[in-house]
Write a protein that binds this ligand. Structure first.
Ligand code: ADP
Ligand code: MG
Length: 254
């Protein structure tokens, strides 16, 4: 069994087919970059991995399995287990995922407490531990800061800490560095790399920036109009792209 098994996934929003019969696998602990231009369906795939289309108007066919759980079919309890431990997601804009009125540490503690049933005290300790792990200096004190008191890079670190708190087997990161400047971008990619090595979690890194994927993943899946154009080892696909579209993405052809 692979960590992620996507078979003939199709996601439609009304008349628009955002993802079209997409299939791919991710083995435990591996890292896959999902690349493609804006609108190619990357975020729709990312959301499907956590069952985020359920209960929305989106029409989903095909199947998505994460660690053996059928994400579309799972009952409430299995879905909670999936979202609260098996898989976690980090988005482009940390401010949209963090409540501006509450201390960052409290928000991480709350997420952890809901999913792990830990005591408040243990959850607060876990929040400080993961904030420290992602490189927030003086984590015990900074845990009491609210999101706007953090820089953009620190907020993204905090969001990664939140995702890490429940020790996910899979981290889905949707454009996690897009809003950051180049130096901070590199630091966040380094952090993700280190965490992968340390925890053995699988990573799906969604990005429109092939350069970001090239530095951070083993394999890439190139998407266009909701379909997979090609997939393979980073060096093969980006070094010698077989699809004209991939060459275009790389800027290899005018
Ligand atoms: P990407 O992440 O590659 O930029 P998306 O997955 O966000 O692409 O979007 C793919 C297509 O689906 C786009 O045309 C987008 O406008 C459309 N889309 C995405 N989410 C929704 C939604 N909730 N409702 C309607 N259309 C959507
Ligand atoms: Mg997107």
């Amino acid at each position: 069994m692979s960590l992620v098994e996507v078979d003939s996934l199709t996601v439609e929003f009304g008349d628009l087919r955002a993802v079209d019969t997409l299939s791919f696998r991710l083995e435990e602990g591996a890292a896959l970059g999902v690349v493609g231009e804006s609108g190619s369906g990357k975020s729709t795939v990312a959301s499907a991995l956590l069952g985020l289309h359920r209960g929305t108007g989106a029409r989903v066919t095909g199947s998505v399995r994460v660690a053996g759980t059928d994400v579309q079919e799972a009952d409430g309890e299995a879905l909670r287990r999936l979202r609260g431990g098996t898989a976690a997601m980090v988005f482009q804009d940390p401010l949209s995922s963090l409540d501006p009125y509450y201390a960052v540490g409290d928000q991480i503690a709350e997420v952890y407490r809901v999913h792990s049933k830990a005591s408040r005290r243990a959850a607060r300790a876990r929040a400080v531990e993961v904030l420290d792990r992602v490189g927030i200096p003086d984590a015990a004190r900074r845990a009491r800061s609210r999101p706007h008191e953090f820089s953009g890079g620190m907020r993204q670190r905090a969001l990664i800490a939140m995702a890490l708190a429940c020790e996910p087997a899979l981290l889905v990161a949707d454009e996690p560095t897009t809003a950051l400047d180049v130096t901070v971008q590199a630091q966040i990619l380094d952090l993700l790399h280190g965490l992968r090595q340390e925890t053995g979690m699988g990573l799906i890194l969604v990005t429109h920036d092939v350069g970001v994927a090239a530095e951070s993943v083993d394999d890439v899946l190139v998407m266009r109009h909701g379909r997979a154009v090609e997939r393979g080892a980073v060096a093969d696909v980006l070094g010698a792209p077989s699809a004209a579209y991939t060459k275009e993405l790389l800027g290899a052809v005018p």
